[in-house]
Ligand binder design. Structure first.
Ligand SMILES: [Mg+2]
Length: 247
């Protein structure tokens, strides 16, 4: 068996505990789209009221994720924004998307925190010489999700970080795993992937040839539905004896 040299993680519900979140997606995006609405209005554009714009954005987003889950082609934030602009009568080519994304002002979700042992486990992996990666199914570009990693003081642990929005494919598509492994110069069988969603994280890792670890803490209610992880853990530090055994 090849020696394991890399450990890759999913982000949400795997490293970060979302169970204490105090706001819904809709509450968050209403404020953020309101920021964009104000920015565009100030720039002299004529557009429907902020609530209408938010509703159009929200519907497009929902449709885009439904399609992504069928095709495994990722939703991309820039694409959804451009579609929203078209739908509210603006020419997306006339709008500075980079500026709009900054105005959106993505922030860590209130109430979401890293699991208690996340930093300790990542520190230990680093000390033991593992390469560490992060692969998240997220429409946002990585620089936006880095805002959260920086806030949680986790950013510096990672040798590679990918969002599906940047790569173009969501987990379980093998391309996103292979992209991460290529950048680490690690073969799939030398890598462990840890994630909470069986149909995305575990099935994808299995298909891409990685060793799969299902993160299944008691507060989540994910079902395997026939998907077979190589290992199952209920908290991150249970990963350490598994890696010792694989060594
Ligand atoms: Mg997750």
């Amino acid at each position: 068996m090849a020696k394991v040299t890399a450990v890759l993680f999913d982000f949400d519900d795997t490293l970060i505990d979302w169970s204490g979140r105090t706001k819904t997606w809709e509450e968050i995006s209403r404020v953020s789209i309101g920021n964009i609405h104000a920015y565009l209005t100030d720039a002299g554009h004529t557009l429907p009221d902020a609530d209408t714009c938010h509703q159009i954005y929200h519907n497009l987003l929902k449709q885009s994720w439904q399609r992504a889950n069928e095709t495994w082609e990722s939703v991309r934030f820039a694409t959804v924004l451009r579609q929203t602009f078209t739908n509210i009568g603006l020419d997306p080519d006339q709008i500075d998307l980079e500026a709009v994304m900054r105005v959106y002002d993505w922030q860590p979700m209130p109430g979401a925190v890293p699991y208690n042992d996340a930093a300790a486990v990542l520190t230990r992996l680093k000390q033991d010489g593992y390469k560490i990666g992060l692969i998240t199914n997220a429409m946002l570009p990585m620089w936006m999700r880095d805002i959260e990693l920086r806030h949680y003081q986790l950013l510096d642990y990672f040798d590679v970080r990918l969002t599906s929005g940047d790569v173009g494919y969501i987990k379980p598509h093998p391309a996103i795993y292979h992209r991460a492994l290529e950048s680490l110069a690690v073969a799939p069988e030398q890598a462990v992937f840890v994630g909470d969603r069986p149909e995305n994280d575990v099935a994808g890792a299995n298909n891409a040839g990685l060793i799969s670890v299902w993160m299944n803490p008691p507060h989540l209610s994910n079902q395997l539905n026939g998907i077979k992880p190589d290992y199952t853990i209920t908290q991150l530090n249970e990963l350490l004896p598994i890696l010792e055994r694989l060594d």
